[in-house]
Design a protein around this ligand. Structure first.
Ligand SMILES: [Fe+2]
Length: 321
């Protein structure tokens, strides 16, 4: 399938990279400057749904730029054009519902870096796509960097073939502690009552089990969640047999509120985790948000994060199956 399609013009953005012949992100603009209205965009998306979906898979990320997308209502219409099912968010980020399928991306402090992750990587059912919309671009920082996941696996295999295969064979085990109530002073401040949609402990345990988690209650009313064994890498259909770095080892290893070990309890060497963190950063791609940008991420193929930012910044999100 061709890159071009007469309803979109392929553009460029700063920070864009070509990885194994794929353009990340593929930038799609109005074919003529005066076709940038929402109506024309919705029509073009409807007409080229399969092509557009293909472009996301092929390039892992596609950025709609130059269209007049103004608010959560407009963004929701774009998301709904495709007919992809919604998937409910489960995870540590405190989020607020905005409109229909649209949520704030993270209510945690803008000054913190949100570490790279595949969305809902530890949950049994995770989204195929993460779609982000920039309503208010930050004056400085606040990019949403992303990383071709297979490159992390490739480079880790080059440097630590044995450790990688050991982690792969044994699997990983994680723990994570959460308070009962939301704490928006932390980007990981989502309380378990909100996360599981109940303040009843037995019910929360049932819901956690269904998501593949075990719970240990803490004296302060919080909970320690244990997950595992979980994979190190994962191969998805239609992604060229690539081994995606589908884990959250760096994000959770040796932290105050979380841990990561091999599933049998074997510690993971610190220098391996540290090197992995460097590799992820080296492979990252980012552009500066512009007002009205809509970014489609293939969550099977990319890790993403958020750089610290000066206020104001408003980026909204929808997650799809
Ligand atoms: Fe995320």
């Amino acid at each position: 399938m061709e890159y071009s399609c007469k309803d979109f013009k392929v553009g460029k953005c700063e920070g864009q990279k070509v990885v194994h012949g794929e353009t990340m992100p593929l930038v799609l603009e109005p074919p003529e400057p005066n076709n940038g209205d929402l109506e024309s965009l919705l029509l073009a998306l409807k007409k080229n749904k399969d092509w557009f979906d293909d472009m996301i898979t092929k390039n892992s990320a596609a950025l709609l730029r130059g269209f007049n997308v103004k608010n959560a209502e407009d963004f929701n219409e774009i998301v709904e054009t495709f007919g992809w099912d919604d998937i409910r968010y489960v995870g540590p980020a405190p989020r607020t519902h905005v409109h229909k399928r649209i949520w704030t991306a993270n209510e945690g402090p803008l000054s913190e870096f949100i570490y790279y992750h595949h969305e809902m990587v530890l949950i049994k059912e995770f989204p195929k796509k993460v779609i982000l919309f920039c309503e208010t671009p930050p004056p400085e920082g606040g990019q949403t960097p992303f990383v071709p996941s297979f490159r992390v696996t490739e480079r880790m295999l080059e440097e630590f073939p044995e450790a990688v295969e050991e982690m792969e064979t044994k699997g990983l085990k994680y723990s994570f502690t959460a308070l009962s109530k939301n704490d928006t002073s932390s980007m990981r401040g989502r309380g378990w009552e909100d996360a599981f949609g109940t303040s009843d402990r037995a019910e929360a345990e049932r819901r956690a089990k269904a998501l593949g988690m075990d719970m240990e209650w803490l004296p302060n009313g919080g909970v320690k969640t244990i997950l595992g064994p979980r994979c190190l890498t994962k191969v998805f259909d239609g992604r060229k047999g690539r081994r995606m770095w589908f884990n959250t080892l760096v994000g959770m290893h040796g932290k105050e509120h979380s841990s990561a070990t091999m599933a049998d309890g074997t510690e993971i060497p610190k220098h391996v985790v540290k090197r992995c963190e460097e590799i992820i950063e080296e492979e990252s791609i980012q552009f500066n948000w512009e007002k009205g940008d809509v970014l489609f991420l293939d969550n099977y193929a990319l890790l993403h994060g958020r750089r610290p930012s000066l206020p104001p910044r408003r980026v909204l999100v929808a997650t799809c199956k």
